[in-house]
Design a binder for this molecule. Structure first.
Ligand code: GLY
Ligand code: MN
Ligand code: MN
Length: 458
């Protein structure tokens, strides 16, 4: 089993109290912010999906239990944190594990006071009676939404959404967050290397999924950050393919998009490689084009640039390459020619029957990365914000040719390729967190050939 050499980092209580202090200071004066946990979700009858704390909660406290609420106030200028938690219950704890209760919450999680969650209404009523503003985000936990709404209706103060403040804070990662993300990224990279090493024709896609997720867990990353994608052949052209049930065929590529979660923080890596260890000529042409676009985009990632500009660089590189391969018409070689050709086709109603870039590259090059794999900020305007040190995002151009797309030369049909790395902006450029998985075609072929030679010997 592939074990990463990097040592795991963990957060200190002081990290969370510092964040709570900064958050309290950013609220309007005399405010309370109420941050609720995710609900537990039923998987079947009386068994639940594994619980995951809501991301904003996790950013402000490492209290891990469901049915809990974190309240942060700044009344009269003093920041204070309160936890509202599940009651200790001997018979429930016999089935589902020890609960912290109110004593554990105060002793271990840096809050000045804690209450049992049966008291939610009276605690919130008391706080609303003493503040002028309340911050609450609806849609995280419907049960708490209804309970909060009822109390707030009877004790109305100005209502705000905490998202903007928290998004701004979460967007810039601290050194310790970056260390945690480096760990998650390196574990995920080790998992991709393991999958590349074990892949062979005849395996099922889910067997590679099992390999990846075993390496995650073996290294202490107890969950994938999102549904692992293993798509062989034309399945790679389905962007969020998670069925993972087909047999991997000799001669096909396989696209793996998989990342682990560590202390809540996501990694997000995609590699595409030949099932039998050797790229065909047509696969290599498309692969090298996507790689060139990805490398150009990473090279451009530095303070002051924007995600939209980085996307433009990747898209332009792929447009030019597709013209060179004869997949796009010569008229699209430069930007203004491409614009004119598209406008003309739109006017004539022929857009659907012609080759153009968006048909083959239909997603963005980047998204923010952090406690959510598609991290905050969610508003599209953040794509025009100048990048600054501590911002983390993915760089993931791809090309996807449907198997039955007659606008594409036959040798390229059914090919889907994405290459995805995670980067953090530094003072003068960026650091690639996921650099330890090979991505040059020759390096991938070498790694796979060496792994195959090892099995033959064994
Ligand atoms: N893994 C989902 C994405 O790359 O956005
Ligand atoms: Mn991604
Ligand atoms: Mn991905």
């Amino acid at each position: 089993m592939n074990k990463t050499k990097r040592k795991a980092t963990s957060f200190r209580n002081s990290d969370f109290s510092r964040r709570r202090g900064e958050f309290a200071a950013a609220l309007h004066p005399n405010s309370a912010a109420i941050i609720v946990s995710n609900p537990e979700r039923v998987r079947s009858n009386d068994t639940e999906f594994p619980f995951r704390q809501s991301s904003d909660f996790m950013y402000l406290s490492d209290f891990p239990e469901p049915e809990s609420v974190l309240v942060i106030t700044n009344l009269r200028g003093y920041p204070q944190s309160v936890l509202i938690v599940r009651k200790k219950d001997k018979s429930a704890e016999k089935w589902t594990g020890i609960r912290e209760g109110i004593e554990g919450a105060v002793e271990n999680y840096g809050v000045s006071v804690a209450y049992e969650n049966t008291e939610f209404e009276s605690v919130i009523e008391d706080i609303l009676g003493r503040c002028e503003n309340v911050y609450y985000k609806y849609g995280i936990n419907p049960a708490f939404d209804a309970r909060f709404e009822k109390v707030w209706r009877e004790n109305t103060v100005a209502l705000h959404d905490p998202t903007e403040i928290l998004s701004e804070m979460r967007q810039i990662k601290s050194e310790r967050e970056l260390d945690v993300m480096r760990y998650s990224a390196e574990v995920s990279a080790a998992a991709h290397v393991e999958a590349m090493s074990l892949c062979q024709p005849g395996m099922h896609e889910y067997q590679l999924q099992a390999t990846l997720e075993a390496v995650f867990a073996f290294n202490g990353c107890r969950a994938p950050a999102y549904g692992t994608i293993v798509g062989g052949g034309k399945n790679a052209t389905i962007l969020h393919y998670i069925t993972n049930g087909d047999v991997l065929q000799d001669g096909d590529l396989v696209l793996i998009d998989a990342g682990s979660e560590y202390l809540g923080y996501a990694a997000d890596i995609t590699r595409t490689f030949p099932v039998n260890g050797k790229f065909s000529d047509a696969q290599l042409e498309i692969y090298n084009l996507v790689l060139a676009a990805q490398e150009a985009a990473i090279k451009a990632a530095k303070p002051g640039k924007t995600l939209n500009q980085i996307h433009e660089i990747a898209a332009n590189r792929m447009r030019r390459g597709l013209v060179e391969l004869g997949i796009l018409p010569e008229s699209m070689k430069n930007k203004s020619g491409a614009r004119k050709t598209l406008a003309q086709a739109k006017k004539e109603g022929t857009l659907d029957s012609m080759a153009h870039l968006r048909r083959f590259f239909m997603h963005g090059t980047s998204h923010w990365l952090g406690l959510d794999v598609h991290d905050v900020p969610h508003d599209r305007s953040s794509r025009d914000e100048p990048l600054a040190p501590g911002m983390v995002f993915t760089v993931e151009p791809g090309l996807y040719f449907d198997f039955d797309d007659e606008t594409v030369p036959a040798q390229y049909r059914g090919i889907g390729i994405r290459i995805e790395d995670d980067v953090v902006i530094t003072e003068d450029g960026c650091e690639v967190l996921t650099a330890s998985v090979p991505k040059k075609a020759a390096e991938i072929e070498k790694l796979m050939a060496e792994a195959q030679a090892r099995w033959i010997k064994e």
